[in-house]
Design a binder for this molecule. Structure first.
Ligand code: NI
Length: 164
């Protein structure tokens, strides 16, 4: 298990670095992130959300196996956009409808360093886009009109940190 970090922790607002080497440490981080995501009952978790500034995220949708994406790149997005409600483990208690492309094609590496390409739509496409944003220091409310974002930010209170 790894410790979640919360907005406004600045690791969440920075661009993450590419993973240089998919070594034992990265494999372990991936496993721990999957466990943490499962425990938190979330759909996706990006490394900056556990204070690691590297380009890696995990996705765990119902009725699917956990998926790990290392150094992911979106290579194609649909013209079609859909509105879906999003939340974020780093901004607990905050939800908003966000408009994004309905489908994406993403390239990444798995924990064996093997490249793969995935075409995703629906909830998987949504979670991939949300998590990829985290690797660029972007949070879901950054997609909202400024006034709506400010209203959510004003209402938000960070959970008490359990870190000493
Ligand atoms: Ni998030």
């Amino acid at each position: 298990m790894v410790e979640l970090t919360y907005y406004p922790d600045e690791v969440l607002l920075r661009k993450a670095h590419p993973v240089a080497d998919i070594d034992a440490e990265i494999k372990q981080l991936s496993q721990e992130m999957v466990a943490t995501l499962y425990q938190a009952q979330g759909l996706g978790l990006a490394a900056p959300q556990v204070s690691r500034g590297v380009r890696l995220f995990v996705v765990n949708l119902p009725n699917d196996n956990p998926r790990v994406f290392i150094n992911p790149e979106v290579v194609e997005t649909s013209v079609d956009e859909i509105m879906l409600e999003e939340g974020c483990l780093s901004i607990p208690g905050t939800f908003a409808n966000v408009l994004r492309p309905a489908a994406v094609r993403v390239q990444a590496r798995d924990t064996n360093g093997k490249p793969f390409t995935l075409s995703a739509e629906g909830m998987l496409a949504r979670v991939i886009q949300h998590e990829l944003d985290h690797l660029n220091g972007v949070l879901f409310w950054d997609h909202l009109p400024e006034r709506r974002r400010e209203r959510l930010q004003k209402k938000y209170t960070a959970p008490q940190s359990v870190r000493s």
